[in-house]
Design a protein around this ligand. Structure first.
Ligand code: PLP
Length: 370
């Protein structure tokens, strides 16, 4: 890493969180590592969650599943999103479990010699994303997939409001329980809880919980989790500006008095979006306002006192909480961390030691041949 803008992921804290959540729910843990583990690096987060006792990993697509297989993961692996029936041979060959989620999918899959394909029946209980909407469709697909030799290992649904709506969540659960009963099958995996539900929702039927954002310490119902992720940069230039001077593209900020301005090597191409203008970052004990428009690669902040070059700046972490940043930006923590781009070096703490991710594109390649 040459450019000093990085995201730190403390894998020891990740592992502690998984252990804690497993203790809280008393069920098997399916660690959801979709979207490169919410931007944190799926192969790294995988090591930590597996060491902490996760029983299965889940991702969003066949591409993401194959990436984990290519990294050497041989354990239980479930795709949560849609798949193309054309790819059935790849799913079987790599022992990847997939959701059956609509009649068209099931009808197409049975045409593809799916014997041995590991399937989880996905039931839509109110979110209206993917999943069987009617008991008839569910039963029919179950029968034909079973007949075609699929291994029907699981059944699941997804709560859409487990962070605030107990009534709706219970209604979704009741529909799910009806679906499980309808099929009368011995499922190895029965799962409905996301991170929030893992903490508060208790039921006698499910035997696994799918945890995503709580791996990173974010949960509406417990504050017993650690906060493993933070994002940092360092000061590249400090200057004094006079009253009336402007800052950045479109000169949107005007100094009211003599002010000290620092420049940071972080911008919207790092996922530090333009909406951060006017928000605060943390530097040398100060909360510093982002002044002027955030540029693609750089950002200016106003300091109360001058600092030396290379002084560290926290974008989110112990002082600027990710959840507060999300609230300021009118979004959710998931979106902020998923948008941190590949240009931002990931550093990891693992078994108490720091490791730095080598950016693959800093390694020599001959992709451009002229
Ligand atoms: C993303 C996702 C999860 C994890 O949700 P969190 O709120 O991050 O715990 C679980 N199940 C499904 C189907 C998902 O898409």
């Amino acid at each position: 890493m040459y450019r000093n803008t990085w995201m730190e992921v403390n894998l020891d804290a990740v592992a502690d969180n998984v252990r804690k959540l497993k203790e809280i729910c008393g069920k098997k843990i399916i660690a959801v590592l979709k979207a490169d583990a919410y931007g944190c690096g799926d192969s790294h987060v995988a090591r930590a969650v597996l060491e902490a006792g996760a029983d299965m990993l889940a991702v969003s697509s066949l591409d993401e599943a194959l990436m984990l297989r290519n990294e050497g993961y041989e354990g239980e692996l479930l795709i949560l999103g849609a798949t193309d029936p054309e790819d059935v041979p790849v799913m079987i060959e790599n022992s990847i479990s997939v959701p059956a989620y609509c009649p068209e999918w099931a009808d197409a899959v049975v045409q593809k010699n799916p014997a041995g394909l590991k399937v989880h029946m996905k039931v839509d209980t109110g979110m209206n994303r993917i999943g069987f909407k009617t008991p008839e469709d569910l039963q029919k697909a179950f029968n034909e997939l079973k007949e075609a030799g699929c291994l029907i290992e699981g059944i699941f649904t997804h709560f859409c409001c487990a962070d605030f709506d107990e009534v709706f969540t219970n209604m979704q659960y009741d529909r799910f329980a009806d679906a499980v009963e309808l099929l009368g099958h011995e499922f190895k995996w029965i799962h409905c809880d996301n991170s929030d539900a893992t903490v508060w929702f208790k039921d006698p039927l499910s035997n696994a919980c799918r945890i995503g954002i709580s791996i990173y310490g974010i949960n509406t119902y417990t504050d017993e989790l650690r906060h493993p992720i933070s994002m940092h940069t360092t000061v590249t230039m400090v200057k004094e500006i006079m009253p009336g001077e402007k800052i950045g593209y479109s000169s949107t900020y005007t100094a009211k008095k003599k002010e000290i301005i620092a420049t940071l090597p972080v911008g919207y191409a790092d996922g530090f979006i333009r909406a951060n203008k006017g928000r605060k970052v943390w530097c040398d004990g100060m909360e510093c306002e982002v002044v002027g428009n955030v540029c693609m690669d750089q950002t200016m902040i106003r300091l109360e006192h001058a600092v030396p070059l290379n002084t560290p700046v926290e974008i989110f972490g112990p002082h600027i909480h990710l959840e507060d940043m999300a609230a300021d930006l009118n979004t959710i923590p998931y979106e902020i961390i998923c948008l941190i781009s590949g240009r931002v070096t990931r550093t990891y703490i693992w078994h108490g030691r720091e490791e730095q991710e080598e950016n693959a594109r800093l390694l020599k390649s001959t992709a451009i041949e002229v």
